[in-house]
Design a protein around this ligand. Structure first.
Ligand code: FMN
Length: 187
C-alpha cells in the first residue's frame, strides 16, 4: 500500500511540517513493506480554481494541467493521513482548497487524521469528517490528537510515546481498511 501524509498548513514557521516529518519517520520505522510519503501543499503548484465541479470530471480528465498533476499524485495513494491544524474553529483554507480540486481520486479511500491545537483540532477534524464523508471517503476510528498543553511543552513538539502509540493505531486501522477496499475492488 502507498500512504500519503498530507500536511495542510502553509504558514511560515508552521508546526505541521515538523509533525508530518515525524509521522513519516515513525511510519517508515515500521518496516512493514508499505510506502509512506509526505505531501506538502507548498511543494505543489496548484491553481485555486477549477473549471467545472471535480465530481463531474470523467476518467481523471482535468482540463488544468496543474490539477491533472495533482490528481495523478493523489490518485496514486491507497489511503491518507491528514495533518491538520484548526484555524478559527475549522479546517485550514489552503488544505480545503487543495482537497476540493479533486473528487474521484479521494472517493472510496480510507483516511485518518493527526490533529494539533489547543484542543487537538477536534472541531476541525469534526468538519473534515463531514467533508470527506461527503466525498465518499472511509474515515477510520483512530486518530492522533496532539494538544499544545501535553505535546508542545515550551512550544516544542514532543510527541512522546503516546504520540507514537496513537500513530501506530492509525496506521494499523488505515492499512486494514485499505486491504478491505483492495479486496472489494478485486471481487
Ligand atoms: C488563523 C489562525 C487561526 C487559529 N485558530 C485556532 C483555533 O481555532 N483553535 C486552535 O486550537 N488553534 C488555533 N490557532 C493556533 C494554531 O493551532 C497554531 O498556530 C498552530 O501552530 C497552527 O498550525 P501550523 O503552525 O501548522 O500552521 C490558529 C492559528 C491561526 C494562524
Amino acid at each position: 500500500m502507498k500512504i500519503a501524509v498530507f500536511v495542510g498548513s502553509i504558514r511560515e514557521g508552521r508546526s505541521g511540517l515538523r509533525i508530518g516529518q515525524w509521522a513519516i519517520e515513525q511510519l517508515e520505522a515500521r518496516n512493514d513493506g508499505h510506502t509512506y510519503e509526505l505531501v506538502d501543499i507548498l511543494e505543489q503548484d496548484l491553481n485555486p480554481n477549477t473549471a467545472i465541479p471535480p465530481r463531474m470530471v470523467e476518467n481523471g480528465a482535468y482540463a488544468d494541467p496543474k490539477t491533472l498533476a495533482w490528481a495523478e499524485l493523489i490518485g496514486g495513494y491507497d489511503a491518507y493521513i491528514f495533518v491538520t491544524p484548526e484555524y478559527n474553529a475549522s479546517v485550514p483554507g489552503p488544505m480545503k482548497d487543495a482537497y476540493d480540486l479533486l473528487y474521484a481520486e479521494w472517493t472510496g479511500k480510507p483516511i485518518s487524521f493527526i490533529g494539533y491545537g489547543s484542543d487537538a483540532a477536534r472541531t476541525a477534524i469534526s468538519h473534515w469528517n463531514d467533508i470527506v464523508t461527503r466525498v465518499g471517503m472511509i474515515v477510520t476510528p483512530a486518530q492522533v490528537e496532539f494538544t499544545f498543553q501535553e505535546h508542545f511543552p515550551d512550544f516544542v513538539f514532543t510527541p512522546g510515546e503516546s504520540g507514537a502509540a496513537m500513530l501506530a493505531n492509525v496506521a494499523d486501522e488505515l492499512l486494514d481498511a485499505a486491504d478491505r477496499v483492495a479486496v472489494e475492488v478485486d471481487a
